[in-house]
Design a binder for this molecule. Structure first.
Ligand code: PLP
Length: 347
């Protein structure tokens, strides 16, 4: 099976953007002020980021030697794949648990790895036995995502430990925690016990910095070393560095948004129950909903009204499903009203 790759969604412009799990409330205004304070000289220089790395590490509760800042978590995934799969001749395999974030199989395939896919369970709970069975002596990399995108499901800690204990020597487990802020749950506090683990975080989702691109990888210094060797030396820009410091320093902005996102999820769940649509309670800032056979038509009809949601119906186990970002309450009410009209023919 060839990888599906990343299908860039159509430009949504100023429409209602509920298709990319962005922070729909906008970043903290402190971030905008920090950006406006950047001097011409600072912008003219290549960025130095030891200080910001230390600040991010403290924020995550780990030592600075355990953190690598990246140009978005996307770059973190790329350099992990490059470091673990590039230049490795002989059989190499990557384990991907479906449905999964699209970039894992894109990079694994580009680097010549075999992809061992674990199909989803009906309820999207983590298929621990099947994942353990998919790990083989040639496994080099295992991608885990908690909460998962697009299902919103958390992986139990016991299952993460079991995978870490099962991988062969020299293999890497990449735990993508892009949405862990929304879940209030992270494996970071156990990470130090596992040199075969890298945890990926991003400031795109809960901190509203998607447009500036900033991610962080956390792992043992010896595990991050091969990633440091291949990552471009100045991939994180001065704007992102100034922004993340201001964003970290404004926890109220984050707290308010997490609460609003949770309330939006409850509105979406209630709407699904009214419509009789299947949904999966989500630990992230989006909800996967089974719209059914009309999914393409409905996504297109919403887009025609300037409301963008993500058609995930081609992902394994997600037949007829859309993924809707749960952010601002007023926007959630708008998408629910529009969907209600399309699904139930309300005026
Ligand atoms: C959004 C997302 C990312 C990418 O985050 P960026 O920091 O914007 O590159 C990585 N992994 C998952 C699962 C995501 O949903």
């Amino acid at each position: 099976m060839t990888p599906r790759g990343y299908s860039r969604p159509p430009a949504a412009g100023q429409g209602l953007r509920l298709h990319l799990n962005e922070h729909t409330g906008g970043c903290s205004t402190d971030v905008v002020e920090a950006l406006s304070r950047l001097s011409p000289e600072e912008i003219a220089r290549y960025p130095e980021y030891a200080d910001t790395t230390a600040r991010v590490a403290a924020h995550l509760g780990v030592g600075p030697e355990r953190v690598l800042l990246t140009n978005g978590l996307d770059e973190g995934i790329l350099v992990a794949a490059l470091a673990w799969l590039g230049g490795c001749t002989g059989p190499k395999a990557v384990v991907i648990v479906e449905p999964a974030f699209e970039l894992y199989d894109l990079y694994a395939d580009a680097l010549g790895a075999r992809i061992d896919r674990v199909p989803p369970r009906e309820d999207f709970s983590f298929p621990e036995e099947q994942v353990l069975a998919a790990i083989s002596p040639v496994t080099r990399l295992v991608f885990l995502t908690s909460p998962n995108n697009p299902t919103g499901q958390l992986i139990p800690r016991s299952a993460i430990r079991a995978v870490l204990d099962r991988v062969p020597r020299g293999a890497l487990v990449f735990l993508d925690e892009a949405y862990s802020d929304f879940a209030g749950e992270s494996f970071l506090d156990e990470a130090a016990a596992y040199p075969q683990l890298v945890i990926g975080r991003t400031f795109a989702k809960a901190y509203g910095l998607a447009g500036l691109r900033l991610g962080a990888l956390v792992g043992a210094p010896e595990t991050l070393a091969p990633l440091r060797r291949v990552i471009p030396p100045y991939s994180v820009n001065v704007g992102a560095l100034a922004a993340v410091e201001a964003a970290i320093a404004d926890p109220d902005h984050r707290r308010r948004y997490l609460a609003e996102s949770a309330a939006s999820k409850r509105l979406l769940y209630a709407a699904c129950r009214r419509w009789g649509a299947e949904y999966w309670p989500s630990a992230a800032n989006f909800v996967l909903i089974r719209i059914g056979p009309r999914v393409r038509e409905i996504v297109a009809a919403l887009a025609a009204r300037g409301i963008y949601i993500r058609d995930r119906s081609d992902a394994p186990g997600c037949e007829g499903c859309v993924r809707i970002t749960a952010g601002r309450l007023d926007e959630t009410r708008r998408v629910i009203a529009a969907l209600e009209e399309l699904l139930c023919g309300a005026p």
